[in-house]
Design a protein around this ligand. Structure first.
Ligand code: FAD
Ligand code: SF4
Length: 511
């Protein structure tokens, strides 16, 4: 008799997958909490707990629907702590005759599972995870023969192909991209909406982790775990976003404010990345809300949001599968530095970094522009090795899974890929940070000072970065202008800036 074992990985909690359409007694699903997954990076404690809580809830839901489920807990005596070993053990114990899995999102896991299939004595097969708009190969085919992989052209093709925000063959309102209407600073006294958070009691999982030597980062209130851990909560968060935040999403997408950790962002990346909700339903929900309230939700807010999902998210996944595994080793600037210690404590006098890091430690979350223009910007200006930066980002965020973390960190943020993802490095001095935030006014450092004791470190490090990388960057038409400014600067001013940067880099742990 055929007996099938189907592996469900922690980021494959897709209850609408066709696997679950029928209940088949010859099929057993297995989910496992294993050390290869808790230990391949040092994760935020909330991230590990979020994954395990969602996996446990998913297993319970499958059991309620009468599917056969084996759930291996972290501290179970017979847990062998790897996909391969646990699957081999279960095959021996239960006489399974066939092994199935869904295409994983991570290269590392993909390689492991292929090896596993070769090693086991039974037949195996793999199915799609039925989550993304695109296949792994689609972006590579789309850009075949091209040297530049422009997100915008991919985004437009995706909109056409999936008929998203289209009127026939044309984009709604006659324009593809409404970015120029977005990205405003929040008014000083603006009070953003309080974020919807959950109060999940995850103390049993926290205790289980505490009994191990798993190293973690960050803080948690395990009686009031704020993140969604099942599909119902994920949908509730999505509803909250479209009802309360979407009307201002685009406008304040790049805005930052001290002590306001979520603003008008959706915070659905964790739910989406572990597939509790799908990108299709997220876009449909946002679009239908806009159709219901077209006056309150201006079109630019919606388009900005849709672009993140069907544009950036799918694009990053495509780049990942096109460029891995070589991508992980790229280091265009040959940066070799280390991250300052305060990336793990938030203990810095720089207000913007203190705020972004502290909220990261408290919630496992920072919004895009904090990741890009605060922590990422500083790491690039400081010449930190991309592996160091990558390990931090892969650990600290709830939504950090390599396919979307590495493309954003190494590509978009650190320009370590030399321009595959971005057309220029995302670096700035204090003026951009001040333009988009309310951090500088109450900072120990002075945004307007370029040199001297209290000068903002971003200022001198910014020029130091350009000076150091002139050979690699000066021909880039998007930054040539900065080099004109640099060249025109008085030699003494240049020396002072470089000396200031050198001082800050030598004292980086004390900034
Ligand atoms: P919102 O701002 O509300 O945006 C809505 C959704 O759009 C997000 O949930 C996300 O699914 C998608 N999206 C937006 N921007 C991007 C992007 N650049 N790439 C892919 N999807 C995007 N995102 C992750 O999911 N995992 C990561 O590990 C991750 N690491 C990042 C590291 C760096 C250095 C940077 C600059 C960005 C990173 N991002 C990552 C992208 C982005 O910052 C997060 O997706 C977003 O902050 C998640 O919060 P949100 O759901 O509130 O997003
Ligand atoms: Fe950040 Fe500089 Fe502004 Fe301080 S002055 S908040 S360090 S940009």
């Amino acid at each position: 008799m055929k007996k099938t074992i189907r592996l469900i990985i922690g980021d494959q909690l897709n209850s609408n997958h066709s696997w679950f359409k029928t209940v088949d007694d010859s099929v057993t699903y297995v989910l496992m909490e294993i050390r290869t997954e808790t230990d391949y990076a040092t994760h935020h404690v909330q991230k590990i707990i979020g994954f395990f809580a969602a996996m446990q809830a998913f297993a319970k839901e499958l059991k309620t629907k009468k599917h056969n489920v084996i759930y291996i807990h972290l501290n179970d005596a017979n847990n062998l702590h790897s996909f391969e070993k646990n699957i081999e053990f279960l095959i021996g114990e239960n006489n399974f005759t066939h092994f199935e899995y869904q295409l994983p999102d991570e290269y590392r896991v993909d390689v492991n599972l292929k090896k596993l299939c070769e090693a086991i004595s039974i037949t195996s097969s793999v199915v799609d995870s039925e989550h993304f708009f695109t296949t792994r190969e689609e972006l590579g085919i789309f850009f075949e023969g091209k040297k530049i992989f422009l997100m915008e052209s991919f985004y437009r093709a995706m909109r056409k192909k999936h008929h998203v925000l289209m009127e026939g063959d044309n984009p709604i309102n006659g324009q593809w991209n409404f970015d120029s209407e977005n990205r405003k600073k929040l008014p000083k006294n603006h009070k953003p909406i309080a974020p919807l958070v959950f109060n999940n009691d995850v103390s049993a999982i926290a205790n289980e982790i505490a009994q191990t030597n798993i190293e973690t980062i960050g803080n948690i209130d395990s009686k009031n775990f704020i993140w969604p851990i099942n599909r119902a909560q994920s949908l509730e968060l999505l509803d909250f976003f479209v009802e309360e935040c979407l009307p201002l999403f685009g406008s304040y997408q790049d805005a930052m404010m001290p002590n306001e950790w979520s603003l008008y962002h959706a915070r659905i990346s964790f739910s989406m990345n572990i597939k509790m909700i799908s990108p299709q339903e997220v876009i449909e929900k946002a679009t239908s809300e806009w159709r219901k309230r077209p006056i309150e939700i201006e079109y630019n807010q919606l388009e900005g949001f849709v672009r993140q999902i069907i544009g950036w998210r799918e694009y990053m996944r495509g780049i990942y599968w096109l460029k891995m595994p070589e991508y992980a080793n790229l280091n265009f600037f040959d940066n070799q530095g280390k991250l300052p210690n305060w990336y793990w404590t938030g203990n810095t006098k720089m207000n913007c970094l203190k705020d972004a890091i502290n909220q990261t430690l408290n919630y496992g979350y920072a919004h895009h522009i904090q990741r890009l223009m605060i922590t990422g910007n500083f790491a690039l200006l400081a010449g930190v090795h991309p592996d160091e930066v990558g390990a931090w980002y892969l650990g600290v965020y709830m939504d950090a899974i390599e396919w979307v973390e590495i493309t954003n960190t190494l590509g978009m943020s650190q320009y370590a890929d030399g321009g595959i993802v971005g057309t220029k490095p995302y670096v700035s001095s204090a003026s951009y940070i001040d333009k988009m935030s309310h951090y500088c006014g109450s900072c120990y450092y002075k945004k307007a000072l370029k040199t001297g004791d209290k000068s903002c470190p971003f200022n001198s490090l910014y020029w130091n970065f350009h000076d150091k990388n002139e050979e690699k960057l000066s021909k880039n038409p998007r930054i040539g202008m900065m080099y004109n400014v640099w060249k025109k600067m008085q030699p003494e001013a240049k020396v002072s800036l470089l000396e200031q940067a050198d001082y800050y880099l030598k004292n980086i742990n004390n900034l």
